[in-house]
Design a protein. Structure first.
Length: 387
């Protein structure tokens, strides 16, 4: 492996790159990733037109491109920062250090280690960024153009608000649910009734149109009302719903599996999946459980993870594409039971302290933890609503 020639870029440029690298890493550590709905609408529309993709696939492609630009820039800036380093190991150091720095930034941002798909994506894209920086470090014009393009993509991708049409549908759905909530019973029956009400409203607003947006609005409305007020903050848009006591009282009396906390886990995870993506929603749920396993917390709960996973699965199935969105509306209109959308939790452990999680389950990546999470996935995949 050939070393980087010494002083191919003036020392002022290397110092500037080092400062920019530090700022870039700090940004990746603190800014939410991904942003609400993952990619701005201009990027989704462009991906759809260029690739001939439908909306969900175009959104995934645009999100991957914009997120990749942010992570890959670490490798580019690091390559420039060390381009004047007189060492035969400079090139190898860049290729090793860039993925590690990217992983550290995401670890800080997520609050826990990324799950495997995220981990592989981060490491590969950071290495590719390093290779691009090493290949172009002698061509200052090309390097400047690459950095400018990457910063532009990442900057444009920083969309802190859901789009206007999504916000309007979200707010109107939440208002409709609140308007009829007084007649909804308590407990699990109330959970099912509100689910039907929200998706019936979505169906009324999707005749002859793509049903994905109304279904997203239904999930976000229930995420705000039954999950957590932070859902609206993550979306970057306030909802004009009147005094909060109305939905706080509703949240307290609605249950899933005869537990109020499981209803909240379900709807927060479903809303996060709509606003971000499945990996991020999974990571947030795991991070919350890890925090609970520390002293003073309620302990790591595989029951909570079952509720998280069920919420994620509902959001994925209900918004996968227009056909799936219409099918979910039809299925819910015909009626569902708790057993159709939430698995048995009788034998799932909870209240697990941090030391016990390490010694008996092998930690978050341990064999027993992975077995139980896989069992939860298997049970949920077998539920009638998600087949």
């Amino acid at each position: 492996m050939q070393a980087i020639p010494a002083k191919t870029i003036p020392s002022a440029a290397t110092r500037s790159a080092a400062v920019a690298l530090g700022l870039w890493l700090a940004m990746l550590c603190v800014l939410p990733d991904p942003r609400p709905l993952a990619a701005p609408e201009w990027a989704v529309a462009m991906a759809g037109r260029v690739g001939g993709l439908d909306e969900p696939v175009a959104r995934f492609a645009a999100t991957a491109l914009l997120r990749g630009a942010g992570v890959g820039m670490i490798g580019v800036l690091l390559a420039v920062a060390v381009s004047g380093w007189r060492s035969r190991y400079a090139t190898a150091s860049v290729l090793v250090a860039a993925p590690l720095l990217a992983l550290a930034a995401k670890r800080i941002n997520f609050g826990t280690m990324p799950i495997w798909p995220q981990l592989i994506f981060i490491l590969v894209v950071a290495a590719l960024g390093a290779l691009a920086g090493l290949a172009l470090h002698r061509n200052r014009a090309a390097l400047v153009a690459l950095i400018a393009a990457t910063c532009g993509l990442a900057g444009w991708g920083v969309s802190t608000r859901v789009p206007d049409d999504m916000h309007l549908a979200w707010e109107e759905t939440a208002r409709h649910v609140l308007h009829v909530a007084a007649d909804v019973p308590d407990g699990d029956e109330g959970f099912l009734r509100l689910l039907q009400i929200a998706f019936a409203y979505a169906e009324d607003n999707s005749h002859g149109t793509d049903a994905v947006l109304p279904n997203r609005a239904a999930i976000l409305a229930l995420g705000k009302l039954l999950g957590d007020d932070a859902v609206a903050r993550i979306g970057g848009r306030d909802l004009d719903l009147g005094p909060p006591d109305a939905w706080h009282d509703l949240r307290r009396r609605i249950r899933l599996g005869d537990r109020g906390d499981l209803s909240q886990h379900f709807w927060v995870s479903a809303a996060l999946t709509v606003l971000t993506d499945e990996p991020r929603a999974v990571t947030v749920g795991l991070s919350k459980e890890l925090m609970d396993s520390t002293p003073g917390g309620s302990g790591f709960s595989f029951v909570d993870m079952a509720a998280n996973t069920a919420g994620i699965r509902l959001a994925l199935v209900a918004t996968r594409d227009s056909n799936a969105a219409h099918a979910m509306q039809d299925r819910l209109r015909r009626g569902v039971k708790v057993a159709d959308l939430f698995p048995s939790i009788a034998d799932l452990p909870e209240g697990i302290r941090g030391d016990e999680l390490q010694t008996q389950y092998g930690g978050i990546g341990g064999a027993e933890t992975r077995r139980l999470l896989a069992e939860i996935e298997r049970r949920i995949a077998a539920l009638p609503l998600y087949r």
